[in-house]
Design a protein around this ligand. Structure first.
Ligand code: BGC
Length: 382
């Protein structure tokens, strides 16, 4: 992975000093344990906590509800911090009406056609919550569950282990799925996510993270100036319900070509039929590298104004790029500003949507005795 080390330290930032290249020597005492506070109480009386962690210049707040990354603070090229993820400042808004802000997604990231699939000859009907389809695990997916959270420090790493056990039949999925997700902040300020799951019956699984990025700062306006590159020569076009047609279409000569970095806004209004169906980008890119044993660099997002840059590495075969098309000015975010269309974007590393119904797509089946394991790394610089 050819990723540069971060160049800004918080100490310099606080003192208003110019950015300094310090390589891997972290400014914040590595090993400082995440701190827990009360965040709110759900209608059923369950208490929700918020954890604060910091390492290598990256600061993060995580909720036990949905494993939500509520805030993620990064320095710009002058060392000035901003929260670069969309979210809410209170639990009630997350519980009432969140478009998956910052949440863990399970059991299945993105859509399954008509919420149906057949496995080993047995038909399953999932919870349908998006038109005729099942989206992000159904109406009460992993984003709406309260996770057990355990903080850790290991060497120079700081992190949280989040656990959730999904009962056999929950949202229509077969098998008891024991899930563990680990959020780690490294001494370089990287945010690493390790997903693990086991089952006691054959099932399908596709976990991801639904962080909405705005590297200029949450609530600061649109992401159309952000430059994006994705190492993918193909993507999966969809029907009007945003279910892949099965075709792996070439990006060459289309608005979907992000092989060289370009501003997101450049082709967003190109009149392409696929962009009209989704009201913007809301598609899965078929990563050139395919499934890999280790995370490899697949995408770079950069805000040219602040200099903040996000590099994503994953072992997964797909990347869903969603340009925040359904944000419509009705939700008020963390800093009290409303979110309008395109005010934040998602880059979800995952298997392809609707894989359980697409025999030509890489398999998402998990069987007893196997362990589902995937890793995604977010590297930040400015
Ligand atoms: C999907 C969008 C959906 C959004 C939820 C994305 O992952 O691709 O279609 O609207 O999640 O806010």
């Amino acid at each position: 992975m050819e990723l540069n080390r971060r160049t800004v330290i918080a100490g310099a930032a606080a003192a208003g000093l110019a950015a300094t290249t310090l390589g891997g020597t972290a400014h914040a005492a590595p090993g400082r344990k995440p701190v827990r506070e009360h965040f709110g109480t759900l209608a059923d009386g369950t208490e929700v906590h918020r954890w604060s962690l910091e390492n290598g210049g990256t600061r993060m707040k995580v909720l036990s509800y949905g494993g939500v990354v509520q805030t993620l603070q990064l320095p710009d090229r002058h060392g000035r911090y901003a929260n670069v993820v969309a979210g809410f400042d209170n639990l009630a808004d997350y519980a009432a009406d969140s478009p998956y802000f910052g949440a863990l997604i399970g059991r299945y990231g993105n859509r399954i056609d008509a919420g149906r699939f057949t496995l080993d000859g047995k038909p399953y009907q999932l919870d349908v919550n998006d038109g005729d389809n099942s989206l992000h695990g159904g109406a009460k997916g992993f984003d709406k569950r309260v996770w057990d959270v355990e903080p850790f420090t290991e060497g120079t790493d700081v992190g949280l282990r989040l656990r959730y056990t999904s009962a056999d039949g929950e949202m229509g999925y077969p098998g008891t799925l024991r899930t563990r997700v680990t959020y780690t902040l490294t001494r370089h300020g990287d945010w690493r996510i390790d997903y693990e799951a086991t089952t006691d019956k054959a099932t399908v699984v596709n976990l991801t993270s639904h962080v909405y990025w705005n590297l200029a700062g949450e609530g600061s306006g649109g992401i159309e100036d952000h430059e994006l590159s994705i190492a993918a020569a193909r993507y999966t076009p969809t029907d009007s319900g945003l279910i892949p047609t099965g075709e792996l279409a070439k990006v060459a000569g289309t608005p979907f070509d992000f092989r060289r970095a370009k501003p997101i806004g450049r082709d967003l209004r190109a009149g392409d039929e696929q962009l009209v169906l989704a009201k913007g980008y809301d598609h899965n890119w078929v990563l050139d590298k395919g499934i890999t044993a280790r995370p490899e660099h697949v995408a770079t997002l950069r805000d040219p104004h602040s200099g903040r840059t996000l590099k994503i590495a994953t072992d997964q075969p797909g990347l869903q790029f969603y340009s925040g098309n359904f944000l419509d000015g009705t939700l008020t975010g963390t800093s009290g500003r409303t979110y309008r269309q395109g005010d934040a974007l998602c880059l979800e590393t995952q298997h392809f949507p609707d894989s359980p119904n697409q025999p030509a797509f890489p398999s998402t089946v998990l069987r007893p005795g196997q362990t589902y394991r995937t890793t995604t790394i977010h590297r930040f610089s400015a």
